[in-house]
Design a protein around this ligand. Structure first.
Ligand SMILES: [Zn+2]
Length: 447
């Protein structure tokens, strides 16, 4: 089965490239398509293909006296030689830091798109999964945890949260949107390959459809209901309709499913106990990502939070979830208060009390993003399963805030560190997947 993966820019935030540079140590065959004809050229290992947008066409330069060509579409054929290409214009994190992206597969399509370039990698599903596992989960994890991740990742590729049909692709490579696919390492891990091959073709279904196989790193002792964290991908309505197999489950052995009814205060008491270690025996509590804290001086918070909230209030996707007080001013911060929580403890609504009135911030990722603070090198909070400790000066004014949190990521669906904890307790990948995706079933693709 072949997949089309839309490749994002170095910061993983956009599909629109300014320039694309491709090369391969094995050489490449490249097709230049125009209205009526296709021209094919071969590049040697020392030559690079440099593509820039020119109106609705592509301006292509081949280095090393290869010449200049205009085309409406460029197809880099990777099948001759090593099935491998470097995209020198995209950098991806590697052990040695940022390096150019390296891909295995069949071809790379380059097309013009509104004054920019779009870049799509065509490769086999199992080859794509190797890149996802290398990017998403350490090969030091137990094989059963890796197998659970392989089945979830294969399922996700068939049914991503946001459709990429409009981009003429199945998925994109960014963890900000889909699952992370940073390309291929020169030497892949044998354990990742084993996890993919031993679950070959297996996906999760609910009824007759592939499930939405969401996953994250660590749920902080309790996974979250889908509708407590995500808005509807089509309408952006929050909360969306619940999904029957993405239910909150405690990260421990249990005999029956339950979702205790509790107030936000009672749930907060429970996550405080978890944080302080009174209730620590969960599948994921071994992980360094299980709990964390950030100390923030009030001055720094006030300097950055208003700016971040203004930006979030301007973006169409996040605007509905930032509600300023009448007058729209952001005064001195007095207090943070989580006014609504999911059963897992995840904040659904956060009130920021300021001297100019109360701001409301809703939804997991928006709440996390509101705390972006370059001064503290913070892109967002690690999770929204949070509580606050306020410190005051001798005048009774807020001097600093400590945010304490459980988990890393949205906490919905499969949890990588929890899967590892379960595997170490002797659970196999089927039991792990049944824990995280309630009532879903494993099927072979096409069955
Ligand atoms: Zn995507």
């Amino acid at each position: 089965m072949k997949l089309r993966v839309a490749l994002t820019t170095t910061d993983l935030s956009s599909l629109e490239h300014k320039q694309v540079v491709v090369s391969s140590p094995f050489g490449l065959t490249v097709q230049f398509e125009n209205e009526k004809r296709v021209k094919t050229l071969s590049l040697n290992a020392a030559q690079q293909l440099k593509v820039s947008p020119r109106g609705e066409e592509l301006d292509v330069v081949i280095t090393g006296a290869g010449g200049r060509i205009t085309a409406s579409r460029v197809v880099v054929d990777m099948t001759k030689g090593g099935h491998s290409a470097f995209v020198n214009s995209i950098k991806r994190a590697r052990a040695k830091g940022q390096e150019h992206a390296e891909y295995r597969g069949h071809e790379i399509d380059i097309t013009p798109h509104r004054g920019h370039l779009r870049l799509t990698l065509v490769l086999d599903m199992e080859q794509y999964l190797k890149g996802v596992l290398e990017s998403e989960i350490p090969s030091s994890y137990h094989i059963e945890a890796l197998k659970a991740q392989a089945v979830a990742a294969r399922t996700y590729a068939l049914n991503p949260r946001i459709s990429h049909e409009k981009d003429n692709a199945d998925v994109c490579d960014s963890y900000l949107c889909c699952q992370y696919f940073a390309g291929h390492k020169a030497v892949g891990s044998a354990k990742h390959t084993q996890a993919i091959e031993s679950t070959s073709g297996e996906i999760l279904k609910y009824g007759t459809k592939a499930i939405l196989a969401l996953f994250s790193s660590n749920a902080g002792g309790y996974t979250s209901n889908y509708e407590d964290c995500f808005s509807d991908p089509k309408t952006n309505i929050f909360p969306p309709a619940p999904i029957p197999y993405l239910r909150a489950v405690p990260e421990k052995q249990q005999t029956s499913m339950y979702e205790p009814k509790a107030t936000a205060k009672e749930i907060e008491k429970r996550i405080k106990e978890s944080w302080h270690g009174q209730k620590h025996a969960t599948f994921d509590s071994w992980s360094p990502h299980f709990k964390w804290s950030v100390h923030m001086p009030a001055q720094s918070l006030e300097a950055h939070m208003h700016h971040e909230l203004s930006l979030l209030a301007k973006e169409p996707e996040t605007a509905p979830f930032v509600i300023p007080p009448e007058g729209g001013q952001f005064g001195h911060i007095q207090k943070f208060e989580v006014t609504q929580r999911g059963v897992s403890g995840v904040a659904i609504e956060l009130a920021i009390h300021t001297s100019q009135g109360q701001w409301l911030v809703k939804k997991e990722l928006v709440i996390r993003s509101a705390f972006k603070n370059p001064e503290l090198k913070l892109v967002r909070l690690k999770s929204a399963k949070i509580f606050f400790e306020h410190e005051h000066d001798h005048l009774g004014l807020l001097s600093s805030v400590t945010v304490r949190g459980l988990g890393w990521g949205h906490g919905v669906g499969l949890q990588q560190t929890g899967a590892q904890g379960m595997a170490l307790l002797g659970k196999n990948y089927r039991e792990i997947l049944a824990h995280y995706f309630t009532n879903s079933q494993i099927h072979k693709i096409g069955s």
